[in-house]
Design a protein around this ligand. Structure first.
Ligand SMILES: [Fe+2]
Ligand SMILES: [Fe+2]
Length: 202
């Protein structure tokens, strides 16, 4: 099963020093896989389970795209020939996906309009992720030092830590809402954490 394989990779990445084991491209590609899995979870569940999966789905891209905007795209602009154009294309895709996502954020998961809108969002997000991997991440990795890629990964992990997608058992209700909040608030917190990390903080 693809999900089980991905979990095994995740566990390996946790062993030893994750900063040494995983560069920013590996980390963001892993998040693309998590987003894909969450779409499947929302699609195949119903009722409260779907609402819960959708809450997690909303917050991961908020952190992920913020991390790309703060950490990856600025580097990619100058890292390789044509980088600026590649980044402009990715930003346009991100903007379109964000608009679809925020429209969906206000739709109840049991509303008949929810699933068609979700599938449209899914297509946009997954196509965007494939474009990043092919046209941006691969070139960034080839033209950027491993030390710099590891430093960028550290900043993305700082963002990831601000919005856990799997809250600890027993804290799902009030605390989960407090931790997560609306998409814009999640993105703001992620941005603060990234900037602290890039400034040399922990
Ligand atoms: Fe992106
Ligand atoms: Fe991405």
């Amino acid at each position: 099963m693809a999900g089980a394989g991905r979990d095994a990779v995740d566990e390996q990445a946790q062993v030893g020093d994750p900063a040494a084991a995983e560069d920013v491209v590996a980390l963001l590609t892993r998040q693309h896989g998590q987003i894909h899995t969450l779409f499947d979870e929302v699609r195949t569940t119903e009722g409260e389970a779907r609402a819960d999966a959708f809450r997690r789905l909303v917050h991961l891209p908020a952190v992920h795209e913020t991390a790309e905007e703060e950490v990856v795209h600025p580097s990619a602009r100058t890292a390789f020939d044509g980088g600026a154009d590649v980044v402009e294309e990715r930003l346009a895709e991100e903007k379109a996906a964000k608009e679809k996502l925020s429209a969906l954020e206000d739709t109840d998961t049991s509303d008949p309009r929810f699933m068609p809108a979700l599938l449209s969002l899914r297509d946009a997000v997954l196509a965007h992720a494939r474009s990043e991997e092919r046209h941006e991440f691969a070139l960034l990795r080839r033209t950027t030092s491993p030390a710099r890629l590891a430093l960028m990964a550290k900043a993305v992990r700082a963002a990831e830590a601000t919005a856990p997608t799997h809250p600890h058992p027993g804290v799902e209700s009030a605390t989960a809402n407090l931790i997560l909040g609306p998409m814009a608030a999640v993105a703001d917190r992620a941005r603060d954490a990234i900037r602290r990390s890039m400034d040399g903080g922990e």
